[in-house]
Design a protein around this ligand. Structure first.
Ligand SMILES: [Zn+2]
Length: 523
């Protein structure tokens, strides 16, 4: 092509170009022709130049087809790799917009494009992404499969990863077994399907890829073990908290005798805090047991709380905080007066009380006295409360995390905390040993030890770990494969995280199909 003329306008550059090749091929019969019938002009947007928009004014020629056997008498010359026959922008310009779309999407993409001298709209960007072709089907031997949530966690899809090439090979718009099975049937080469512990993908693989070995993913094994452990520890931590609270109450009995004296004191706050922790631990235990499929009645018995509490908590869906009690005191509205009188030098509490009554105060003498003690600058400090040691027990989740990690990787204070936890109870100590054995088996791929581990756990009398073991029994072949093979869904989790990032950039109204395109073509 030849540049005929360049014109600088207010909006950018207008460049006139012409094709110089003397001949062109008929698109129908492929015969070359040099007989020009006519010219016309096409206006094309092209990639910007130095931040200016570029408009190409392309002179296109029409040729006669001289092949007597060809139906086409006249044809227009084509410019493959430069512009599509009916497009209004060049292919390289399309590609730029697509790249911007894949990196940003939507509104952000429009703004970035404007900065780069590309005038485009959100709709164009979305259209470009949707027009991307699906990658040609490849032979997949090792497949990783997992679910992910979209639409703010209301809907779930399925992500499929080629564990050898590390590429996302497809996204499915639900996590039904039938959908995944149908997909697998189209990939008869599948040798191994690595999946989570849920039954859906297991049955999908059984239906869709019966020839493949199923492999329970180590990431999910560890996660399930962590959940079982969390429930177990919640139970023991709650007991330990209760024990500590009782000790604290005993040692603070004198202070506690007068409830009014300790209202809103640090001591009471700490007590409330430890009650809350105890309640939270119970709550976590309830949720965990429920996940493991226990009935509400069984949960109530195991945790040692009422049946109605269990059903309320499960219905609530989140930890229900206690509403703080109404703490408005009669004395509050008189506090400015009290402060003023105290400043004036009147430190006689009985007299201050009488003065307040004269001003309409209807509360008690004790309340006036307590507020003075608590709030006024020279009032006596309540010293009794500050002496008790804080209750430094971790949450059940933190404790479970300590149990699962490699002991040699723990910091000194974490090791101390771990020792303290193990000393709470011989059962906790035993649980730690079992958990570490399992983790060790998983890290060093010693699937051959699985049976011994299961036998030991089943006879351990630790209900949470027993039910974890029972779950493994049902899926033992896949778990053993997971503990033995190099394969892992860690990579799939990595892709799910990337997917979340793309999701956060917003893919909005176009929904799942757009998300799918963006993930499959992620840069
Ligand atoms: Zn022809």
């Amino acid at each position: 092509m030849l540049i005929d003329q360049i014109q600088i306008t207010e909006n950018g550059l207008v460049i006139a170009i012409v094709a110089t090749h003397p001949t062109s091929c008929c698109p129908l019969c492929s015969q070359r022709s040099s007989s020009i019938q006519s010219h016309y002009r096409r206006s094309l947007r092209d990639v910007p130049c130095g931040g200016r928009r570029v408009q190409l004014c392309l002179t296109v020629r029409k040729f006669y087809c001289r092949n007597p056997l060809c139906e086409r008498k006249v044809f227009t010359e084509r410019f493959p790799a430069f512009v599509e026959p009916w497009a209004r922008m060049t292919i390289r310009h399309c590609e730029q917009i697509t790249s911007i779309g894949l990196a940003t999407c939507g509104k952000g993409g429009t703004r970035l494009a404007a900065r780069l001298g590309i005038h485009t709209t959100r709709q164009t960007i979305l259209r470009r992404i949707m027009a991307l072709p699906d990658s040609p089907p490849e032979s997949i031997l090792f497949l990783g499969i997992d679910d992910f949530s979209f639409l703010r966690g209301f809907r779930f899809g399925t992500i499929l990863v080629n564990l050898e090439s590390h590429h996302v090979v497809d996204l499915l718009s639900d996590r039904e077994a039938e959908t995944s099975a149908a997909w697998m049937r189209q990939h008869p080469d599948l040798m191994v399907v690595s999946r989570d512990r849920g039954g859906t993908y297991a049955s999908a693989a059984a239906q869709g890829a019966p020839q493949a070995t199923q492999c329970a993913d180590r990431f999910h094994l560890m996660k399930n073990l962590g959940e079982a452990l969390e429930g177990f520890l919640a139970h023991h931590l709650a007991r330990e908290r209760k024990r500590q609270t009782d000790i604290m109450l005993d040692s603070q009995a004198q202070v506690w005798q007068s409830k009014r004296a300790t209202r809103s004191s640090p001591m009471l706050e700490r007590l409330q805090q430890s009650r809350r922790e105890e309640r939270l631990a119970h709550y976590e235990q309830v949720v965990n047991l429920s996940k493991q499929g226990l009935s509400q009645q069984a949960i109530a018995e195991r945790v040692g709380i009422g049946h109605s509490t269990v059903s309320n908590w499960l219905a609530a869906g989140a930890f229900p905080e206690r509403k703080p009690r109404e703490q408005v005191s009669h004395v509050d509205q008189y506090l400015p007066y009290l402060f003023q009188r105290w400043e004036d030098g009147c430190h006689n509490i009985a007299r201050l009380f009488r003065e307040l009554v004269e001003r309409g105060y209807q509360g008690s003498y004790e309340s006036v006295r307590d507020n003075i003690v608590r709030l006024l600058p020279t009032g006596r400090k309540n010293t009794a409360a500050s002496s008790s040691k804080s209750l430094a027990l971790p949450s059940s989740r933190q404790a479970a995390f300590l149990f699962l990690r490699r002991p040699e990787k723990l910091r000194v204070e974490e090791q101390e905390l771990l020792t303290k936890l193990r000393q709470m109870n011989p059962e906790v100590d035993l649980a730690y040993d079992l958990v570490q054995q399992f983790a060790q088996m998983l890290r060093s791929r010693r699937g051959e030890h699985l049976d011994a581990w299961l036998a030991q756990t089943e006879s351990s009398n630790l209900p949470e770990l027993q039910s974890f073991a029972a779950g493994i029994q049902k899926d033992k072949d896949a778990v053993r494969a997971g503990l033995t093979w190099w394969i892992s869904n860690g990579m799939v989790e990595g892709h799910v995280n990337k997917l979340k990032l793309i999701k956060r950039q917003g893919y909005g109204k176009a929904g799942f199909p757009l998300l799918r395109k963006r993930v499959l073509h992620a840069l």
